[in-house]
Design a binder for this molecule. Structure first.
Ligand code: ZN
Length: 257
């Protein structure tokens, strides 16, 4: 079989999970050989970082997700150590390392405090790669027509490190059009139960926007190239929308928040 990322013929032994197993997916997979062992091992590096050193770590802990190894989820975002419940109960999570830098509005009467967790800890690049790989794999699995209609060369070059310029994505959930589900029927239903939603929007000829939702987190990325016309449209509607990696903000003249 030919690897969908590097085009190499291979007889890979492992089954690729389209959404990483540590998000709680053990059913939405690709046949052996669709992703070669080289690509698979390259991907596991950024996958690990995106899952444990970003806002996804918090959400996995909050949702009581079971990891690939059957453990409770753990993560670290800057100085905060995040751990999900050992019995996988939802909303029972432990956060260590809270101090005045990441806590606000302590209410002594209600005994509440707001914990501010940064979205990424040097994990923006890893997250963008994770989004791209989930995007292409899910389209390959569930949307044949779209898979053969578009040219994914830019993304493939980036994910196989033939080319290394950062690829932009947003954490905004504002929908600039009518997105449709990538997985269909039973896959869509089961992914929903696992708090995952994968949708796409054919925005224009060279913009195919992939949206990945996990619990309360939503991210969007253009699967075809690094152009940002779609984001310029989006930010008109969602003024708080942020683009990552941060240097793209300078390029677009967006102020830091
Ligand atoms: Zn490959």
């Amino acid at each position: 079989m030919k690897c969908i990322f590097c085009d190499n013929k291979n007889d890979a032994k492992s089954i690729e999970h389209i959404v990483p197993e540590s998000f709680g997916n053990n059913f939405y997979t690709l046949p052996k050989g669709a992703v070669c062992d080289d690509c698979n091992s390259r991907f596991s590096t950024f996958e690990g970082k995106a899952l444990t050193n970003s806002v996804f770590a918090m959400e996995r802990a909050r949702l009581g997700v079971v990891t690939k190894k059957g453990k409770n989820s753990k993560g670290k975002v800057n100085e905060l150590i995040i751990e999900g419940d050992k019995n996988f109960r939802k909303t029972y999570l432990t956060i260590k390392g809270i101090d005045q830098n990441n806590s606000r509005n302590y209410d002594s009467e209600k005994r509440t405090i707001q914990v501010v967790v940064p979205a990424f800890d040097k994990s923006e690049v890893a997250t963008s790669k994770l989004l791209l790989s989930i995007g292409l794999e899910s389209i390959y699995k569930s949307q044949n027509k779209i898979f053969s209609k578009y040219d994914f060369t830019d993304m493939k070059n980036y994910l196989t490190t033939k080319e290394n310029q950062d690829w932009p994505f947003t954490t905004s959930e504002y929908e600039i059009g009518k997105f449709k589900s990538v997985p269909t029927f039973y896959d869509k239903y089961r992914l929903k139960k696992a708090h995952c939603k994968l949708t796409i929007l054919e925005f224009d000829d060279d913009t195919l926007i992939f949206q990945f939702d996990f619990g309360g987190i939503s991210m969007m990325i253009n699967l075809l190239n690094r152009k940002l016309d779609w984001f310029k449209e989006l930010i008109k509607k969602d003024k708080q929308a942020q683009i990552y990696p941060e240097h793209y903000r300078t390029k677009l003249g967006i102020k830091e928040v």
